[in-house]
Design a binder for this molecule. Structure first.
Ligand code: PAF
Length: 279
């Protein structure tokens, strides 16, 4: 596995891949890899002969009071896990390599989709994501890229960006990886205290209850959203939002495909999750 840390090494590697005719799939990450990240490589492998992961804790997508400084950085373990999983290359630049002109650079903004839900709660967050992902797409020039469906809104925003800007990258989602008790895997789970960790699976349990109510014929969507928020408050979460929407994050159509999306704080940790169903 090749470790690429500067732009010229990455470009040389990309040229060699192109010359060999192999398709390249990119799995962008912020490191601190867990089995959910490693599983993204399986989807990547289905779409390309060569896999490259990127590891970069992107300062542009963190708000001033968020966890940029304490976000876990575990490069050696990450490289070992990627090597074991058969990844052929890793792009792990430092900030001066990716942003040589500082953080105040050209931004990519996806209107509406980027301003709702997590975008309303974390102003500027998705601009940071779309900016770094476009930069990674420009540098790596992947044929395909894979993102986890836990960050469902992020995935939709990236699809919209790729569509709007005619980026020649096929974007694929990978299903949410869960702990045995249902909690969606996330690097942020390790911030949870033992007591909070015991409560955390109630986030997904609440989504499942709402899905059950919808499958059983419940159609009063605002009432179900309120019921879900109450349930979370009762379990000691501070819910940020809980919405029942269409899979494009637009208004729900019944009968049809629905998406229940949630963000909630448990102590100082912000958790997100979602569940898709059809009714
Ligand atoms: O999902 C993530 O880990 C990040 O938002 C991403 C896509 C790697 C961009 O920094």
């Amino acid at each position: 596995m090749q470790l690429l840390q500067d732009v010229s090494a990455l470009r040389a590697w990309r040229e060699a891949e192109r010359a060999s005719g192999r398709r390249v799939a990119l799995v962008p990450t912020m490191g601190n890899l867990h089995p959910g990240h490693i599983a993204l490589l399986d989807t990547a492998r289905a779409h390309a002969e060569t896999l490259i992961a990127s590891i970069f804790v992107n300062p542009l997508q963190f708000g001033p009071n968020e966890d940029f400084d304490r976000y876990p950085r575990t490069l050696d373990d990450d490289l070992a896990a990627l090597r074991k999983a058969g990844c052929q290359a890793v792009f792990a630049p430092d900030e001066a390599t990716l942003y040589p002109h500082g953080r105040d650079i050209t931004q990519v903004h996806v209107p509406e989709l980027g301003d709702m839900l997590c975008g309303a709660d974390r102003p500027g967050h998705f601009d940071g994501v779309t900016t770094v992902v476009s930069l990674l797409f420009n540098l790596v020039q992947p044929d395909a890229a894979v993102f986890g469906e836990k960050d469902y809104q992020q995935l939709q925003i990236i699809r919209r960006m790729v569509r709007d800007l005619h980026m020649p990258v096929a974007v694929h989602g990978h299903p949410i990886a869960r702990e045995p008790d249902g909690l969606a895997r996330s690097s942020r789970n390790q911030y949870l205290s033992p007591d909070e960790r015991a409560v955390a699976p109630k986030l997904y349990a609440t989504l499942r209850e709402l899905a059950e109510a919808l499958r059983a014929g419940g159609r009063d969507i605002p009432a179900l959203e309120t019921q879900g928020m109450e349930r979370l408050r009762h379990a000691c979460f501070s819910p940020v939002y809980l919405r029942i929407l269409g899979p494009d994050l637009g208004p729900p159509q019944v009968p049809g495909e629905l998406l229940i999306v949630v963000a909630a704080r448990l102590g100082n940790t912000r958790l997100i999750d979602n569940l898709r169903l059809s009714v």
